[in-house]
Design a protein around this ligand. Structure first.
Ligand SMILES: *Cc1c(COP(=O)(O)O)cnc(C)c1O
Length: 425
């Protein structure tokens, strides 16, 4: 069980909304810091623990900066994410490039920044060498394939486009050694939104055993084993958060059992958690514009799935509360909708909520990761602002809302009907 809270009182939220009109995502700095500290605590036993925050979860340099202050690096999968890391003060090997189908300019930027490069395919060694040169630290992403077929913990790796097969991974390190690479890491990312301790333990065993076997066959050691992201969060109030202490202790035991005897007792543990760092520390705040009663009772917001795609895309549950009505009985049933011309533009279906009035401020919980980040412009919908609630209680605009002129900017070429037309004051 988790209690779903929102860090601003109804009165304070009213003040904030006067300054920054809805809809917006608001992030709680204090909670983000707590989240990463808890993760680090669970792995304090390791010779070194590295969290490379998955930038794609919340690609805002201010958020990355907060995590950097707590000791985190970044995990990037595109050129803009590499540049966001650099701008946020994340430098050199604190940055890890884990992309797939990677273009040359991304590899070049990673080399220029001194980032660790994690290759998704054996053919990328040559591509990387030819287009950017080889990095100081090279890592490969492992796809365990059939070895774990049918295991519901990590899904079906044979259907995943990511990573190298077991045979390829030995060959890849051999090629890298022959090309003169001296420093290595090992990576996988096979779980997503996992809440069960066993999921993480399973991944760790797989990776530690593989690291030990590579060492035995090829004689190399690893500077880190990266267990990927995938730490889930309790989106539903009846779910429990991941027991990070148990995960850390379970992985510690395996480390002592497998890594230490293999001569890999100096290897750092790395992770690329995104969701668990920022997800529960973000909320989408919207104003109720309409109530429509037809075959069902619809609440229409000033936001839509362009602001938060997860419910429509995955059928994902996001908890909803109404500011100021937290303690009222949930004795009404609503579909909570956005304005997109798509019938799946619903944040909730048949949701029990308190009686909602037009003008209410509706809070959608756990939107801090893969929320604003997954936005889009379909139907001419504009990206919302992002706001940071500082530890001292003040609020800071960390991304302004997109304007109509931003939206039209790419249409303003010479001779375009929009070339000389501007709409914003
Ligand atoms: C998405 C992703 C992550 C982060 O996943 P979370 O579920 O947000 O923790 C980490 N590593 C890679 C390679 C990813 O694609």
């Amino acid at each position: 069980m988790v209690t779903k809270t929102f860090p601003l009182s109804p009165e304070r939220l009213q003040e904030v909304v006067k300054q920054f009109p809805t809809p917006f995502h608001i992030y709680d700095e204090h909670q983000i810091r707590e989240n990463i500290r808890n993760l680090q605590k669970a792995f304090a036993w390791a010779p070194e623990f590295r969290e490379h925050f998955a930038v794609k979860a919340t690609p805002n340099p201010r958020i990355v900066e907060i995590l950097r202050e707590e000791g985190a690096g970044t995990d990037c999968s595109s050129l803009p994410e590499l540049l966001i890391s650099d701008a946020a003060g994340v430098k050199g090997e604190k940055i890890m490039l884990t992309s797939n189908d990677t273009p040359a300019d991304e590899f070049q930027a990673a080399i220029r920044l001194g980032a660790i490069i994690n290759l998704d395919d054996i053919s990328h060694i040559e591509y990387l060498e030819k287009n950017a040169g080889l990095p100081k630290v090279l890592s490969f992403r492992y796809n365990p394939g059939n070895l774990v077929e049918g295991n519901d913990i990590i899904g079906k790796p044979t259907e995943a486009k990511y990573g190298l097969t077991r045979d390829q991974i030995f060959e890849a390190y051999k090629i890298a050694i022959d090309k003169g690479v001296k420093r290595f890491g090992l990576h996988t990312m096979v779980i997503s939104s996992e809440l069960r301790t066993e999921g993480f333990i399973y991944t760790a065993r797989l990776m530690f055993e593989l690291a030990a076997e590579i060492k035995k066959r090829l004689g190399i050691t690893f500077e880190f084993v990266n267990l990927g992201g995938g730490i889930g969060i309790p989106y539903r109030p009846e779910q429990d958060p991941v027991d990070l202490e148990a995960v850390g202790a379970g992985i510690h035991k395996l480390y002592d059992e497998i890594m230490v005897p293999a001569g890999l007792g100096n290897t750092a543990i790395a992770m690329e958690s995104g969701r668990a760092m920022t997800g529960p520390a973000g909320w989408l705040v919207s104003t109720v514009l309409h109530e429509k009663k037809t075959y069902k009772d619809y609440i229409g917001l000033d936001s839509c799935m362009a602001n938060l795609m997860r419910p429509a895309m995955y059928g994902a549950y996001h908890h909803i509360t109404i500011s100021g009505k937290e303690n009222e009985p949930c004795d009404h049933v609503y579909d909570v909708t956005g304005s997109l011309c798509e019938n799946n533009d619903k944040f909730a279906i048949d949701r029990k909520l308190p009686k909602i009035d037009i003008g209410d401020l509706l809070i959608i919980h756990d939107t801090g990761a893969h929320g604003h980040a997954m936005g889009f412009n379909y139907n001419g919908k504009l990206w919302s602002a992002e706001i940071l609630l500082r530890e001292d209680g003040s609020v800071e605009l960390i991304r302004r809302a997109e304007t109509i002129d931003d939206y039209f900017a790419t249409l303003r070429y010479p001779g375009s009907p929009l070339e000389h037309t501007f709409y914003n004051k």
